[in-house]
Structure formats: C-alpha cells, structure tokens
Design a binder for this molecule. Structure first.
Ligand code: ADP
Length: 159
C-alpha cells in the first residue's frame, strides 16, 4: 500500500487543502497529514488546535492520519519511512517556491519525491491567510472553510 505525507501549516485547514487530501486519497492508501510546528511563524491556532480540527474533519475516514512535527521534513519522512510528499499547487506563483523546496529536500534525501496535485480551480486563489483576514473582519467565509473551522475562527476573533 502506497503512503504519502501531506505537510503544511494548515492555519487553518481550508477547502483547498481538503480538496488536495481527497485527490491524494484516490492515489495513496494512507495519507499522513503533518502539521508543521514552526516556532518562527506566527500562527493563529496552536499546533494542538490545528491537529484537533483535522482529526475532527477526518473522523472515521480510514487511512487518513494527523500528527504534528518539528524540524526538517526529511527527518520526519525518514522516521516514518514514507518517502512521498504531497504538496498542493494553486497558481504559477506557488511553483517557484515549491520547486525549490522539493529539489532541496531531494538533495538532502535522494529517495524522497514530491508529488504536486492541482486543486480544483474554484480554490485556486484560496489561502489560510486570506481566510483569516476575511474572518477577522467578520466577512463571509462559508465558501472557503468547513463549518467547524468557521465556528473556530468566529471564536478566535470574538472579543
Ligand atoms: P505551508 O506553510 O507549508 O505552505 P500551507 O498550509 O499554507 O502550508 O499549505 C500546505 C500545502 O497546501 C502547500 O503545498 C500549499 O501550496 C497547499 N495549498 C494551500 N492552499 C491551497 C489551495 N487553496 N489549494 C490547493 N493547495 C493549497
């Protein structure tokens, strides 16, 4: 059974991320969603909160696992013995950074490959930061994130 890691910040997970997981699920028997604990990046939700959201969203779905990780992705991949990475591509603007990262990872760990999945075009402009910005001004985010995340964002921004 082929396995893959889908790493990201997921702060919060959006419909675009979910679309990528669904596409990956058709190709791989196990998807390990790896939530990055990046001390240098200011996040709205803690890693524990982000893991909790994703666990709830995929509750009862066999073959989808969620975990946090710190440090280099290649070390995490080696530890899990999973050498396929999934990344989502929205627009050409994602490409340069993703290309650089995929090749750097492969240089550091030659058995590692990155598979890029194109999201549905209706999510091609969607990002977690945009969703947070709209939510912070109480804008309508119903088309961007699932109901659970809408509630969590409302709670975060309700002061
Ligand atoms: P990171 O900080 O690692 O970029 P993100 O949570 O922003 O973490 O994104 C994780 C992955 O999901 C990246 O490959 C990113 O390109 C992809 N992604 C983000 N938003 C979307 C979207 N709307 N459609 C498809 N892929 C997306």
């Amino acid at each position: 059974m082929k396995k893959a890691i889908y790493p990201g910040s997921f702060d919060p997970i959006t419909n675009g991320h979910l679309d990528v997981v669904e596409r990956a699920y058709k190709l791989f028997g196990e998807i390990h969603i790896a939530v990055i604990q990046n001390p240098g990046k200011n996040s709205l939700f803690s890693v524990e909160e982000r893991i909790d959201h994703i666990q709830k969203l995929f509750h009862g779905k066999p073959g989808v696992f969620v975990e946090g990780f710190r440090g280099l992705l290649i070390d995490y991949a080696k530890k899990k013995s999973i050498f396929t990475i999934i990344r989502g591509l929205r627009a050409v603007s994602d490409f340069e950074y993703e290309f650089q990262m995929a090749l750097t990872n492969r240089h550091l760990c030659p058995e590692l490959d990155t598979v890029f999945l194109m999201t549905d075009d209706k999510y091609s402009y969607l990002s977690s930061s945009l969703v947070k910005q709209v939510a912070s001004f109480n804008g309508n985010i119903t088309d961007f994130v699932p109901g659970l995340i809408q509630q969590e964002l409302k709670r975060k921004f309700a002061v």
